[in-house]
Ligand binder design. Structure first.
Ligand SMILES: Nc1nc2c(ncn2[C@@H]2O[C@H](COP(=O)(O)OP(=O)(O)O)[C@@H](O)[C@H]2O)c(=O)[nH]1
Ligand SMILES: [Mg+2]
Length: 274
């Protein structure tokens, strides 16, 4: 069920009225809640991963970002910050802060510099998208990178991380197998993508045994599953920020979307009535 914050506030007000709260108190509460919503800072995301996996292409596909991409050269050498428009996804005005991060794995010397950038930026963002290249089975570099980052900044960044497997169109038996008519993977590609997602999860769990975040396959080039990628981004956001993008959040119960602080407020006001 998609949730709209305005409707949510109306639902809560209705609920409070049914519980006997005075109309003027309900209005005051509604205003307080609206103010809190209006003051929530825009969500911030960073996309990281090895060079050439399609990080910049992904941001271009999602937000029309105009980031430089290349078939043969790493062109993102420091963190590029810009804002993206969320209206196409939520149907209402709003922005998201984005960092296009330099890719790891170009050279030892460059990695040293890039880890400094990662250590500076990652603690500040709400969501970290770790982009992969579908079918690339070499996972030691990813495992080492996670351990290096944990050494540098501690493990908490892993809680806001999702793995995004790009270039779904290139997975075996290859791009020519892609179903152009429906813009989806062929049956064989779909099986391989599912297998690859499980493989990535197993390798991540070897270094992060309790990690159970999202892993999603998509293609920036084909614009396949970009909406799922956005939905998964929202799923790892902190609850108060989810409110901003809540039309995307697919949840059965709106209380999951309410900041515990707001829930406390509702409970406190209910107690006042009695
Ligand atoms: N086939 C295919 N190629 C892609 C896809 N996404 C990106 N690429 C290509 O991958 C290469 C590297 O992309 P880029 O965005 O520069 O990677 P970055 O280094 O991670 O920022 C470019 O040649 C892109 O055209 C995709 O979904 N499918
Ligand atoms: Mg790039």
């Amino acid at each position: 069920m998609a949730i709209n914050p305005r409707k949510l506030i109306e639902d809560i007000k209705k609920f409070l009225a049914q519980n006997g709260m005075k109309a003027e108190d309900i209005d005051k509460f509604g205003q307080q809640l609206q103010e809190r919503l209006d003051n929530v800072a825009p969500p911030t995301i960073a996309i990281i991963g090895f060079t050439g996996v399609g990080k910049s292409s992904t941001l271009n596909a999602l937000f029309n970002a105009g980031q430089m991409t290349s078939d043969v050269r790493a062109c993102t050498q420091d963190a590029k910050q810009f804002t993206g428009d969320i209206e196409p996804y939520t149907g209402k005005k709003g922005i998201i802060n984005i960092y296009d991060m330099p890719g790891l794995g170009e050279s030892i010397a460059k990695d040293c510099l890039h880890y400094d950038v990662y250590a500076d930026i990652l603690p500040k963002v709400d969501v970290i998208i770790w982009a992969f290249h579908a079918g690339d089975r070499a996972m030691t570099p990813m495992q080492n990178a996670i351990l290096t980052l944990i050494d540098r900044i501690g493990p908490s960044f892993t809680e806001k991380m999702l793995f995004a497997i790009n270039k779904a169109d290139t997975i075996a038996p290859g791009e020519s197998a892609w179903n152009e008519e429906f813009n989806i993977p062929s049956a064989e590609q779909k099986l391989n993508l599912n297998g690859f997602e499980s493989y990535v999860r197993e390798r991540v769990k070897e270094v992060l045994p309790s990690w159970n975040g999202p892993i999603i396959s998509y293609s920036a080039k084909r614009r396949y599953h970009l909406d799922q990628l956005m939905t998964e981004m929202v799923s790892v956001m902190p609850n108060d920020i989810k409110w901003v993008l809540s039309e995307l959040a697919d949840v059965a119960d709106y209380t999951e979307l309410i900041d515990p602080e707001h829930l406390e407020l509702i409970k406190a006001m209910k107690a006042d009535i009695k």
